[in-house]
Design a protein around this ligand. Structure first.
Ligand SMILES: [Cu+2]
Length: 690
């Protein structure tokens, strides 16, 4: 046989063998997941949570790239559920966003997901229905690369971080709807004036600056949690021998908590972000946003047990994993951040970063020979993306059309409504894109909170100054007042969810559909099911020695029905009934009626009223109203938080009416109050908020 022909046969034979072995090694991986109610006790109290296969977190889904996953999910709950595979590239109808991409898994029914593992890394899955994620429906995903892991370690574990509240999440949401600062007292993070003064001139200047620009004081989280968990426990132990290298796949499955992760031993080597390998970074403290994942390597130096501690960013608690054997070595305590000394302009955020100086870690090479790097530097605190570099060139295709979309992240803390370009999902639902173009999102955070923005079904590049090596991610945090640009290749089809991964922000409007423009699957029904605008109720009623007064309110994201009343024991009363429409963070317009019985003749009088509420600098609320008798009334009022439990309320108007009072919060629902009213004079009593 001529050599040429033998070569040819050899070529085809090896091609065939390659194909054959690939087919042989690519297998179908099956999982059965059963969603059910589960009794838990994280805090000493028995609570009914939600689990999968009797676990919180749910079982790890593990596969190798090329495998086909068949995951049967059985929903045993009395309500709908769903599973979203966070960070995975997969067919649109497997993405698990109920009504948008996949039908919800109805109560007491089964759904079979089937998709291929297309890329390696650490990902996770969670319910995308209601607030079920907060109740325990989350688990990890590990996809191994075909040829083995890039970084070989002696051990490989997932560490799923989460936040837990004994209170039902729907009640949590109802509370923060009443008052965005509802949990500040529980967290001991009330930003009262006594604390501002105690923090000195800089704190006073910050507060005056922010209130002049009509911003409320910022907090790092809205919810006060009862526990923080690593793999479903406050404390875990992982056995490891001295000298072992341990890979930890960190996943933040918290619904509204950022974690600062620190290891008690030498700095961690961060090797992947959101499932994608990066140029390794030595990091002492790592900030992980909701829904992000980071892979890190740690080394166990000796016969002791080293703590990996994940501290909630607001400093209200932590969970631990002790790795090794023997005596415990603790990670350092992270002091609670001083919110009074953080100024939130872009400029100052940068100053903060650079103040966390990079420290030289010269002994590092000796301690951990296998983990040493060319650049022998340790980042003291990795809290943003500027040092993260992709291993490969991530540039988008050249010479294709580019679409730029400006997205302002906006919100109204007073009403607890979150939005994009000042519109909730209900008010504006779709960002249209076209297949084949490069899409750039410019994310401009106009609020005092962080927003971890997540795009389904795509990896985007974070334009962090690393050029061709800009990292690929599926979730990017945008800090208060910060602007971040991301870009991606529009190479999918249909519709994908894009939203803030703070569950409470998403639920209150900070979300969009990113739709390929020829897609027809978003219907009126989709909109009806996904953009429900729930009504919330609140009451604030005082029973005082001289009068009874209060305010009842029913509201959704833009509308409110409000009743304000006072009544004294001379049977005089004054009632305002109003329908209020919200336009901007600062402006509401209302119409309604005033019913009054007062003065010497004690005759009841009714008038129609129309007016505006407008927020002035220093967060003073103004009220300008006209009644059907042609009378104009102008009023002002505000609340000053004097100490963490004492507040001072005042109102004044051009009818020569005024009222002021001091209230002491015994609990969030019950207050003692003392006050003066220009008509009804001094009195004291009880105030109830519910
Ligand atoms: Cu958010």
């Amino acid at each position: 046989m001529p050599i040429k022909k033998i070569k040819k046969i050899g070529f085809f034979l090896s091609l065939f063998l390659l194909l054959f072995t690939t087919l042989l090694s690519a297998k179908t991986v099956k999982y059965n997941l059963k969603i059910h109610e589960k009794n838990v006790n994280f805090t000493g109290k028995n609570i009914i949570a939600l689990g999968i296969n009797n676990q919180i977190p749910a079982p790890t889904i593990e596969a190798t790239v090329g495998d086909t996953l068949e995951i049967t999910v059985e929903n045993t709950l009395d309500e709908d559920s769903s599973i979203h595979w966070h960070g995975l590239l997969l067919p649109n109808d497997q993405d698990g966003v109920p009504y948008l991409t996949t039908q919800p898994i109805k109560a007491h029914s089964i759904f079979k997901y089937k998709f291929k593992a297309r890329h390696s890394g650490t990902y996770w899955y969670h319910s995308h229905s209601g607030l079920q994620e907060q109740r325990g429906l989350y688990g990890s995903i590990v996809f191994h690369p075909k040829g083995g892991e890039r970084h070989v370690a002696h051990q490989d574990h997932v560490v799923v971080l989460s936040d837990w509240n004994d209170e039902n999440p729907n009640q949590v949401l109802a509370n923060i709807k009443k008052d965005g600062d509802w949990y500040a007292l529980k967290k001991d993070s009330v930003q009262s004036w006594d604390r501002v003064l105690a923090n000195g001139a800089q704190a006073i200047e910050n507060r005056l600056n922010t209130s002049w620009t009509r911003m409320g004081p910022m907090d790092l989280s809205d919810v006060g949690y009862d526990a923080f968990l690593s793999n479903g426990k406050k404390e875990n132990a992982l056995a490891a021998k001295p000298g072992q290298l341990v890979k930890l796949r960190l996943i933040n499955a918290g619904t509204s908590t950022y974690f600062n992760v620190e290891f008690a031993g030498d700095p961690m080597l961060v090797i992947a972000s959101d499932g994608v390998d990066i140029e390794p970074l030595n990091v002492k403290r790592l900030r992980i946003s909701m829904a992000e994942t980071y892979d890190v390597l740690v080394k166990i130096p000796d016969n002791r047990s080293y703590e990996l501690r994940a501290t909630a960013q607001d400093g209200t608690g932590y969970s631990s994993t002790f790795i090794g054997s023997g005596h415990k070595v603790f990670a350092p305590d992270i002091p609670r951040p001083n919110l009074f000394l953080i100024n939130h302009s872009m400029h100052d955020m940068k100053k903060m970063d650079s103040s966390m100086k990079e420290m030289d870690h010269s002994q590092h090479k000796m301690m951990m020979p296998k983990m040493s790097q060319k650049k022998n530097k340790t980042i003291a605190y990795l809290s943003n993306y500027k040092n993260i570099k992709s291993l490969s060139n991530t540039s988008l295709p050249k010479g294709v059309p580019e679409r730029v979309v400006n997205l302002e992240l906006t919100g109204n803390m007073e009403r607890y409504v979150w939005s994009i370009n000042n519109k909730t999902l209900k008010e504006e639902d779709t960002i249209f894109i076209r297949k084949g173009e490069n899409v750039k999102f410019i994310l401009i955070n106009k609020t005092m909170m962080n927003h971890p923005m997540h795009l389904h079904g795509h990896f985007f590049r974070v334009l962090n100054g690393q050029g061709e090596k800009s990292p690929l991610k599926h979730t990017v945090n945008v800090a208060p007042m910060e602007t971040i640009e991301i870009e991606f290749e529009a190479n999918e089809e249909k519709d994908w969810f894009f939203h803030c991964h703070n569950l409470y922000h998403m639920k209150n409007g900070m979300a969009r559909f990113v739709s390929y423009e020829d897609s027809t699957q978003v219907t009126d029904f989709t909109r009806k099911m996904l953009t429900q605008d729930h009504w919330y109720y609140g009451a604030d009623v005082s029973a005082l020695s001289q009068m009874i007064m209060g305010r009842l309110r029913a509201s959704n994201s833009r509308n409110a029905f409000v009743a304000e009343f006072d009544y004294n024991y001379k049977k005089e009363y004054d009632v305002d009934l109003m329908y209020e429409r919200n336009f901007t963070r600062f402006l509401d317009v209302y119409v309604g009626a005033n019913i009054e019985r007062a003065g010497s003749n004690k005759k009841q009088e009714g008038t129609a009223i129309i007016g505006v509420h407008y927020i002035l600098p220093f967060l003073i609320e103004s009220d300008l109203r006209l009644d059907s008798k042609g009378k104009v009334r102008f009023g002002l009022g505000s609340t000053l938080q004097l100490t963490s439990r004492v507040k001072f309320d005042w109102v004044w108007n051009t009818n020569k009416e005024h009222r002021f009072g001091l209230s002491y919060e015994m609990t969030k629902n019950a207050l003692l109050t003392i006050g003066y009213d220009s008509d009804f004079k001094w009195g004291a009593g009880l105030r109830a908020v519910f």
